[in-house]
Design a protein around this ligand. Structure first.
Ligand code: AMP
Length: 571
């Protein structure tokens, strides 16, 4: 070993002042175990501020939007305060939420965090058969997560009794008021015991929320995670944009964005270790050279990963905030937030990984529609605009690839010594038109430079808050509930050989056109991953292609060949 010493990347925790762990907040071991299993590395700002007072039984008024980690901020203390020796009985916690979707989501969060405590959690909302809810309530529950209307129904029937409730949470209170639940909330609170703890979270604080808080909260701790003042020095030279995308389409969206942007090297931020590992695997499966970096890795492992990134043998780093602290990699051109960060400060830290030393950088955020508000908060805090763009379509991607090919050919025309190829062209022009020869050559160049993955699914556009609005932006195919997203009349064929077997697009095209009546022109996108390939062919010819390939070899090897599942299940 010689070479100049490479800077060692600091092991977490790098920042003493930031190093507040969940354990420091006074949470019990069962909860800490659940959080570790979920791969949460450290509390978000709202969790740091809200958990201690909530554990102490104080009322709380929190201004926080979705995406800040507010659910865990109230769920963890509620679970901890739950009496341990409960068997039957009425709920001790009641969480009111505006929508059925949120009711399900919040109760799932309670389940995840409260697994080892044996917490019994029940979502109740309109639209679900009341019988099932009655039976569950009858068996006894610890936490009820309800929409106000249905909660009131059950209270009126005497099936939901609030006499034992120690804590009431009003989550997304502004939304509940907007939806006309004010009176229902008042009526529900009347049924809850006087001395209970009351917690109110709201993304905005209009006067009506203030009124609600004044009336029902006692001496509340006030928490506001956004700041009015822009964070000083927060403005590196970074182009910032965001794409709204449904959770299910995020891996495809990430692939599309990377293909269109073609970064030299990119870092993709995730919220948890678990997500880092999963996404790294997905992206490797899609043909990117991705490496994971998170707080659970040893310094040696981290150094190896950073070495690969610096050497250019990896071009995608998938990391948690903790792991990426203090990281400085010259090659990085793009930061991608796979989720909207939980606080504006974290956004600023993340995008600070690029745009250093006068270099230009790009920051891209994949936001779920419900996280739209958090984007606005970040814009306000950083004082910079984040443009919300449409996910590039398959057509955009094709256009971009043609541009790249054109640029490559142009460069070759300007620089390369082309003489050695003259004889090839001349002998071809005996038989073909010069234009045709050029077209074929460009096509070969184009195919040879295709990125490893030609992720050619159309990704549905989503509108802000699709659960509540008329979904004007939804792709029409998506609205019909279908998962089919490829071009009309095409099928995708799976071939169990990929890059590791040395397979290139031209090998697949050759095998298909050689074995079947399918013409090269009929073959659509070709995606070559490490261990498999996917080829798009006309629906009507799919069976013939499958038969043909099964009967032949590719690169001298037999391969599994079958119709691929729909793109949506392939994650
Ligand atoms: P919420 O704002 O409650 O909707 O949470 C947003 C997302 O962040 C959810 O998917 C949580 O699972 C996740 N999350 C919450 N707290 C943490 C944390 N401390 N570390 C990592 N992920 C978290």
């Amino acid at each position: 070993m010689s070479a100049a010493p490479t800077p060692t990347d600091p092991a977490p925790p790098a920042d003493a002042e930031d190093a507040i762990a969940f354990a420091d907040l006074g949470l019990r071991t069962e909860l800490l175990g659940a959080l570790a299993a979920l791969g949460y590395e450290e509390p978000t700002p709202i969790q740091r501020e809200a958990i201690p007072p909530l554990l102490a039984g104080q009322d709380l008024l929190g201004q926080a939007a979705t995406g800040t980690g507010k659910t865990a901020a109230f769920a963890l203390p509620l679970l901890q305060r739950m009496p341990t020796d409960r068997s039957g009985g009425d709920p001790v916690s009641l969480v009111l939420v505006p929508t059925r979707e949120l009711a399900v989501q919040v109760s799932e969060a309670f389940h995840r965090y409260g697994k080892d405590l044996g917490a019994r959690v029940l979502p109740i909302y309109g639209g679900q058969p009341i019988g099932r809810q009655l039976r569950a309530l009858d068996h006894g529950v610890d936490v009820v997560v309800a929409t106000p209307g249905r909660a009131l129904d059950h209270i009126a029937r005497g099936t939901l009794r609030l006499g034992s409730v120690a804590t009431v949470v009003l989550d997304e209170a502004d939304e509940m008021l907007d939806m006309g639940f004010a009176e229902d909330i008042e009526a529900i609170l009347e049924h809850a015991p006087e001395g209970r703890q009351t917690v109110l979270f709201s993304a905005t604080m209009p006067a009506r929320i203030d009124g609600l808080a004044r009336q029902h909260l006692t001496d509340p701790v006030r928490i506001r995670i956004e700041r009015e003042q822009p964070v000083a020095g927060a403005a590196p030279r970074v182009r910032q944009s965001a794409y709204l995308v449904a959770r299910a389409h995020k891996p495809a969206a990430l692939g599309r964005v990377l293909d269109v942007e073609s970064p030299t090297a990119a870092i993709v931020f995730c919220r948890s270790r678990e997500e880092v590992d999963r996404l790294t695997e997905t992206m490797n499966g899609r043909g990117y050279r991705a490496e994971a970096l998170h707080g659970g890795m040893s310094q040696e492992q981290r150094d190896r990963v950073m070495g690969r990134l610096r050497a250019g043998t990896a071009d995608l780093l998938v990391a948690t905030d903790v792991a990426a602290r203090g990281l400085d990699v010259e090659q990085l051109t793009h930061v991608v937030n796979y989720d909207v960060p939980s606080a504006p400060e974290s956004y600023v830290h993340r995008i600070g990984r690029v745009g250093r030393a006068g270099r230009e950088g790009v920051a891209i955020t994949l936001a779920e529609p419900r996280e739209h508000r958090m984007l606005k908060t970040i814009e306000r805090v950083t004082g910079q605009r984040i443009s919300v763009d449409k996910i590039p379509t398959v057509a955009d991607l094709r256009t971009r690839r043609f541009e790249l090919t054109q640029a490559a050919v142009r460069e070759s025309l300007l620089e390369d010594d082309l003489e050695p190829f003259r004889a090839v062209v001349e002998s071809l022009t005996d038989e073909f038109d010069l234009m045709e020869v050029a077209l074929a050559a460009v096509r070969l160049a184009h195919e040879a430079t295709l990125p490893g993955t030609a992720d050619e699914e159309e990704i549905p556009q989503v509108a802000v808050r699709p659960n509540r609005e008329a979904r004007p932006g939804y792709d029409s195919r998506d609205r019909r509930g279908g998962t089919r997203s490829r071009g009309a009349g095409t099928a995708q064929v799976f071939i169990g050989l990929g890059r590791r077997a040395g397979v290139r697009p031209q090998d697949l095209v050759g095998a298909i056109t050689g074995e079947t009546r399918v013409n090269g022109r009929d073959i659509g996108s070709i995606e070559i991953a490490d261990r498999f390939s996917l080829v798009e062919v006309p629906q009507a010819m799919a069976d013939e292609v499958i038969r043909g390939l099964r009967g032949s070899t590719i690169k001298g090897r037999k391969a599994t060949v079958r119709r691929d599942r729909d793109g949506d299940d392939r994650r």
